[in-house]
Design a binder for this molecule. Structure first.
Ligand code: ADP
Length: 590
């Protein structure tokens, strides 16, 4: 439930609706859809504009009592109305389809961009927040493309068309009516800005509360075990309340804007109507003309009111798009080279040349200090040292999750910076200390090591990791669903699945981070044998806490406080009587 507001990716606020232009690259792929939607839109707007003309004729010629003509008018009105209905349906369908398509695309692109980010990105933002942006912020974009823009365009057309028709009907009344326009526009623009800021703040609070909740859910057992549900509830409801308060301010401003706009517009129309009614009385204008003018005026007034509402929505969407653009535009600080070198068959030679490193989030504390190390293909190295010494950090750098501050890491004499991460990572199998098991079946979890493996390969791998016994005892065997993060498995079972995954991957380089720590001694002996068999022909780095693992290694390196302080065999290091001898005495004596 950490709050890390000060570490969010930077937001470059464009200050107005400009942020919405970021939608264009997604829209322009669908010019066909847009074109048809536009045609439907123009057609329906044009029909709406023609209708009042017909009404005037009907009103003015009502007295003439020419039934034939009257029938004709009503007949054609029916056809026009049918066209209007069909056109509106098409417009709705096309525009909504466009919105759904574009929002799905945006979601996919945002996910694609974020899933490839190196860990330092996720140190700055809670995963729940990323999810909230992908789900709720895109929903705002959907409103914009799927309705607001088309409603806005329609109203712009109605506004200008209606204005033109008002002019044609009576320029005196039009001039009078338009005196009100500046009075209406000013509050719209002024309040609109405020709306946008509040909307963005609101979305930020929603995202924080999602981040907050997802963290609490992930650690739900710890929260409950420490009976800290109330802390979690308080911190969640705090954020929800904040978001409510901001939403309330936004809604109040919008309500105020609606009051001002509607009142001004209709007061204006009433005023104009008053003048018009006197013109009809003095017979300088026909009743039909006044009715026609009135309909156009209401149309124009209505379009201004609608535009003012949409203005608010566009502002909200602009805020949302800015938040999404942050995720889209964040450039990872780890990047693949423009022209990567190719490694055809990875032999598994590893070299660290004077590697210095500190984590980006902790620039002052060096995690690795001047580590140099050459590991030959097929060699097994045990890495030993106290907790926090920097052992796992070496793995992080070997996978190029981070770059060293200085020095070089090479695989087969090529620097990792010159390789595509996707290429060399294919040559690495990792079993981490806290194995990540996904919410799917056991089979799929093992298959994760090599997605094109056959079911038979998977079972062989499971057998080698001595996982097959417990798997086959489960009610659905390999098809057993294991729950979120493998909740339904024990620590040792998860480790064996992770080892089976690594065996299946069959990569030339194997990274084992205390891979057998959660196993009981009986299982450990079996799994250890499997791991040894697996590592026989592979370059293996194993972070070890157990004597058995350490003794079977070709070489042991001792890390303390980020420095490589000794290397050798178990015997030679014991003889040196340094840190290793002390650790061995403490840890391996049992
Ligand atoms: P070991 O594996 O030897 O127990 P680590 O390599 O995990 O130690 O950690 C080395 C040091 O780096 C520790 O001081 C740890 O607190 C720090 N560290 C590890 N991960 C991060 C991170 N993501 N950000 C900042 N510091 C980290």
């Amino acid at each position: 439930m950490a709050s890390n507001d000060n570490q969010k990716p930077e937001r470059v606020s464009s200050g107005n609706l400009g942020a919405l232009t970021a939608i264009w690259p997604f829209l322009k792929k669908y010019t066909g859809l847009m074109g048809f939607a536009l045609i439907a839109l123009i057609l329906t707007a044009a029909i709406s504009l023609i209708l009042p003309l017909a009404v005037r004729r009907v009103v003015d010629e009502f007295g003439v009592q020419n039934t034939g003509l009257l029938d004709q008018y009503f007949g054609s009105a029916l056809i026009v109305v049918a066209l209007l209905a069909v056109g509106t349906g098409f417009r709705y369908y096309l525009v909504s389809r466009l919105g759904e398509r574009v929002v799905s695309d945006i979601r996919n692109v945002v996910f694609k961009n974020t899933i490839g980010m190196s860990p330092s990105f996720f140190e700055k933002i809670l995963t729940g927040e990323v999810l909230s942006r992908i789900t709720t912020d895109t929903t705002l974009i959907l409103t914009v493309i799927g309705s607001s823009i088309s409603v806005a365009l329609r109203n712009v057309l109605l506004f200008f068309g209606g204005f033109l028709m008002m002019l044609l009907t009576s320029n005196k009344l039009t001039a009078l009516a338009f005196l009100i326009v500046p009075v209406v526009i000013i509050p719209i623009i002024f309040l609109g800005r405020r709306l946008r800021a509040l909307s963005q703040e609101n979305q930020d609070h929603i995202a924080s509360s999602s981040g907050n909740a997802s963290e609490a859910f992930l650690g739900v057992q710890t929260v409950q075990a420490f009976t800290n549900e109330n802390l979690a509830i308080d911190s969640f409801s705090n954020l929800t309340e904040k978001s409510y308060t901001v939403a309330l301010r936004r809604v109040s401003i919008r309500a105020l804007m609606t009051v001002i706009v509607i009142f001004l517009i209709f007061a204006g129309i009433i005023g104009v109507l008053w003048v018009g009614a006197r013109d009809v009385q003095s017979q300088t204008m026909s009743a039909g003309e006044l009715v026609q003018f009135l309909i156009y005026a209401i149309m124009v007034g209505g379009s201004v009111a609608a535009l003012s509402e949409i203005w608010g929505e566009l502002q909200r969407a602009a805020g949302a798009m800015e938040r999404l653009a942050e995720l889209l535009n964040t450039r990872d600080n780890i990047r693949d080279p423009e022209q990567p070198k190719m490694l055809n068959n990875i032999n598994g030679k590893i070299e660290l040349k004077d590697v210095n490193f500190s984590y980006p989030s902790r620039p002052d504390g060096a995690a690795l200090k001047g580590i140099s190390l050459v590991i030959d293909p097929g060699e097994t190295i045990a890495i030993v040292g106290p907790s926090g010494a920097g052992k796992s950090t070496i793995f992080q750098l070997l996978l190029r999750f981070y770059d060293p501050l200085s020095g070089e890491i090479m695989i087969d004499d090529v620097s990792l910076r010159d390789l595509n991460r996707g290429d060399f990572r294919k040559g690495i199998a990792l079993v981490s200390q806290d194995p990540i098991i996904f919410a799917t079946t056991i089979l799929e979890n093992i298959k994760f090591g090599r997605p094109d493996a056959s079911d038979e390969d998977i079972k062989v791998a499971a057998r080698s990791a001595s996982a097959s016994d417990f798997i086959e005892e489960l009610p659905l065997g390999y098809s057993t669903y294991v729950g979120e993060r493998g909740m339904m498995l024990s620590g040792g079972q998860k480790q064996r699945i992770a080892i089976a995954r690594a065996i299946l991957r069959n990569a030339p380089i194997l990274l084992l981070d205390e891979a057998t720590s959660a196993l009981d001694s009986e299982n450990e002996v079996v799994v250890q044998a499997a791991v040894e068999e697996l590592s026989r022909k592979k370059t293996t780095l194993v972070i070890a806490h157990r004597l058995s693992t350490v003794q079977s290694a070709d070489r042991i390196i001792v890390i303390d406080d980020g420095k490589l302080i000794a290397e050798g065999t178990h015997k030679s290091l014991i003889a040196q009587d340094g840190l290793y001898a002390k650790l061995a005495h403490l840890q391996f004596s049992a």
